[in-house]
Write a protein that binds this ligand. Structure first.
Ligand SMILES: Cc1cc2nc3c(=O)[nH]c(=O)nc-3n(C[C@H](O)[C@H](O)[C@H](O)COP(=O)(O)OP(=O)(O)OC[C@H]3O[C@@H](n4cnc5c(N)ncnc54)[C@H](O)[C@@H]3O)c2cc1C
Length: 465
């Protein structure tokens, strides 16, 4: 028997936010601050979605997202609003390594996720061949074609700078970040600044020289990890939170309102629903409303990834020169399970430990199923072996913990913006259904916060009508 949760048909405008990751949490916060009655449904016992902190070797360490980009638009203001500014810890300055055919090389200054901004540091880094570098230097002279539609970031950067830049920089930096294939990831969705340059038929290198330098990339966390940030998002609000409450269906009633049903059978009637969920789950929920929207959402693919925390005895590794860096990136051409390593002890002052050197090892990319086939111990053993080959470390880890993130990283592939536009247009026929989160608007905490805030604004606009 369905049990009604609360009778709110006579009360203020009621919104169900489905999904308690950062997108759903900020949306719920903003709506509640405007007097909207919000019920937030989260499938898991904990809020935060891809933000999850656990105690490891006596420290609070993040297993999913590990840092917020504090220079992103609106981020500093939100942190201030949450009264978390004073406790903020920024990452230590330091260099990252790239694992190249000739061993570890410093990731040169002036290399962004989409290629080099300056050639001199790249030349000095020894990462590119003379031929590859000469080709990259020709970028301003390469004919600029009109770009109709979308192409892969890898293809665009390859056309402009040559494919060595893609393989040696774009793949390990941007590809690791998105756990994807840079030839499939969308120029329009992933690198809007490059997309704008392409539309102007301008040179990437010359345009960037002319651009004013944006705020430096600056990453931060708190001693309690990012869960502290998550916990603050609903503090002091009237949001009704239903943990361990996966939503099973969303139905539109003849009145135009919506009935939300939990897997347990509990039902709730609301005026609007924000699906702050991965597209593959949102597709199931909205199929009864619109098969067209569901079919579009199902085209978005995901990469499964796994994060392993490992602790080495400090005395056993402190003389390994590579560990002076803050981490390392591994290009796909290496064919390794290890995609990236973060040297937590070097990167974060609060994770410097008298006994242990702590690391976070990342694995998994789109179309790579190997992590699903490995038990935790085998996964860690293989990641450790890759690390041995990359850094020359000889000690074995004395503790580890593995967190798997199945189908976690949405692949914003060629045509992604069109897909999202089509699905949002289709949903305009069902006023009151909104989408928020990384599957639609892009990866990363700052982007998801903006996505959740936009959904809240759409709800408020609906109320005002
Ligand atoms: C390993 C890893 C490392 C990352 N590192 C960083 C980083 O350092 N910095 C950064 O900015 N970003 C990072 N990211 C990306 C960032 O964490 C995500 O883009 C962002 O947290 C996604 O938020 P979201 O709200 O869109 O989705 P999610 O966090 O996926 O939240 C969706 C929520 O919906 C819930 N849910 C699912 N089904 C249902 C249902 N039927 N009913 C109710 N609830 C449901 C889920 O349990 C989940 O809590 C990382 C991601 C991963 C996986």
């Amino acid at each position: 028997m369905d049990r009604p949760l609360s009778a709110n048909s006579q009360g203020p405008f009621a919104v169900a936010v489905v999904g308690g990751g950062v997108s759903g949490l900020i949306c719920a916060r903003r709506l509640s601050q405007q007097g909207v009655h919000v019920t937030l449904f989260e499938a898991e016992p904990l809020l935060g979605g891809e933000i999850r902190t656990r105690t490891f070797a006596g420290h609070e360490i993040d297993m999913g997202a590990e840092a917020v980009h504090i220079s992103a638009p609106g981020m500093k203001e939100l942190i201030r609003e949450l009264d978390l500014t004073d406790a903020l810890i920024t990452s230590n300055p330091g260099m990252s390594w790239l694992w190249t055919g000739r061993g570890l090389r410093r990731l040169p200054a002036g290399v962004g996720p989409s290629g080099p901004l300056r050639l001199l540091p790249v030349l000095q880094s020894g990462i590119m061949s003379i031929g590859g570098l000469a080709r990259a230097a020709l970028e301003p002279l390469i004919p600029r074609r009109t770009l109709s539609g979308d192409i892969g970031v890898g293809e665009y950067v390859g056309q402009r700078f040559g494919h060595q830049v893609v393989e040696r920089f774009v793949d390990p930096v941007l590809g690791s970040l998105h756990a994807g294939n840079v030839y499939k990831l969308s120029l329009r969705a992933i690198t809007p600044e490059l997309s704008a340059i392409a539309d102007l038929r301008a040179s990437v290198m010359l345009s960037r020289r002319e651009q004013k330098a944006g705020p430096p990339l600056s990453f931060a966390t708190w001693v309690g990890g990012l869960s502290l940030f998550v916990d603050r998002l609903l503090a002091g609000t009237d949001v009704e939170v239903r943990r361990s409450s996966p939503v099973d269906s969303v139905a539109r009633l003849p009145s135009g309102r919506f009935q939300i049903q939990e897997a347990s059978g509990v039902v709730l009637e609301v005026d609007a629903v924000v699906l702050a969920l991965p597209a593959r789950i949102a597709a199931k929920l909205i199929r009864p409303l619109s098969a067209k929207a569901a079919n579009i959402l199902e085209q978005i693919r995901y990469a499964s990834v796994a994060t392993a925390l490992v602790a080495y005895l400090l005395d056993a590794v402190k003389n390994v020169p590579a560990l002076n860096g803050t981490g390392l990136l591994v290009p796909s051409s290496k064919n390794r399970l290890l995609k990236a390593a973060t040297f937590l002890t070097t990167k974060w002052s609060h994770l410097a430990d008298p006994n242990y050197f702590l690391m976070r090892l990342s694995s998994g990319r789109a179309d790579e199923e190997v992590i699903d086939q490995l038990e935790d111990s085998a996964l860690v053993a293989q990641l450790h072996n890759d690390l041995v080959d990359a850094t020359g470390i000889t000690a074995e880890p004395v503790q580890y913990f593995v967190q798997r993130w199945p189908e976690a990283i949405p692949q914003l592939e060629i045509g992604h913006l069109d897909l999202v536009r089509q699905v949002r247009e289709e949903l305009e026929s069902y006023p009151g259904v909104m989408l928020a989160g990384s599957s639609y608007d892009g990866l990363g905490i700052a982007t998801c916060l903006r996505s959740g805030e936009r959904a809240a604004v759409s709800c408020l606009t609906l109320i005002a009508q």
